[in-house]
Design a protein around this ligand. Sequence first.
Ligand SMILES: CC(C)(COP(=O)(O)OP(=O)(O)OC[C@H]1O[C@@H](n2cnc3c(N)ncnc32)[C@H](O)[C@@H]1OP(=O)(O)O)[C@@H](O)C(=O)NCCC(=O)NCCS
Length: 164
Amino acid sequence: MNPIEIVPMAEAHIESFHRTLDVVARERRYLAFLEAPPLEATRAFILDTIRHGFPQFVAVSGGEVVGWCDVTAKPRPIHAHVGVLGMGLLPAYRGQGIGTRLIAKALKAARGFGWSRIELTVREDNVNAVALYKKFGFVTEGVQRYAVKVDGAYANLLLMALLF
Ligand SMILES: CC(C)(COP(=O)(O)OP(=O)(O)OC[C@H]1O[C@@H](n2cnc3c(N)ncnc32)[C@H](O)[C@@H]1OP(=O)(O)O)[C@@H](O)C(=O)NCCC(=O)NCCS
């Protein structure tokens, strides 16, 4: 396998990021959507996050994005101190420490960005992701019971956050 580099998201990564996002979304177990948004909407979102300088890192293998971790802002002024974290990896790249490398870089950049709270939601049954977030100091603040229903099955969502 090619070595994995963790680098800031750039315009050149958008198409392969979109493919990776779509693969993870279509697994129907991890993300808040079941397929990636259209490519052009994704492109507009990414270009906007690059313009704002939000922390957004990708794991790249042989020039292709195989994973990402981003922290983005919330729209309202009362939440200007809060970043929202999201991440994912193609199945073949999980369990090898790449998520740890991605989130470490994203959190360091988020701290530098000036946010004092980083929050996320994660399905309670996503034990690997929950373990990763706890390893980085995220605390479970609440449980939204039956918040998600996919293919007839309910799942609880954990609300987790890290304070700087
Ligand atoms: C969640 C995810 C990003 C973690 O990245 P990863 O590269 O697989 O994780 P790492 O190999 O860096 O492991 C990080 C920690 O996660 C936990 N973990 C990861 N894989 C695990 C496994 N197979 N069994 C048990 N724990 C595991 C461990 O706590 C591990 O830390 P440790 O090795 O120090 O014990 C990745 O598995 C993924 O993309 N999952 C699907 C998409 C997803 O869930 N996104 C998040 C939605 S909220």
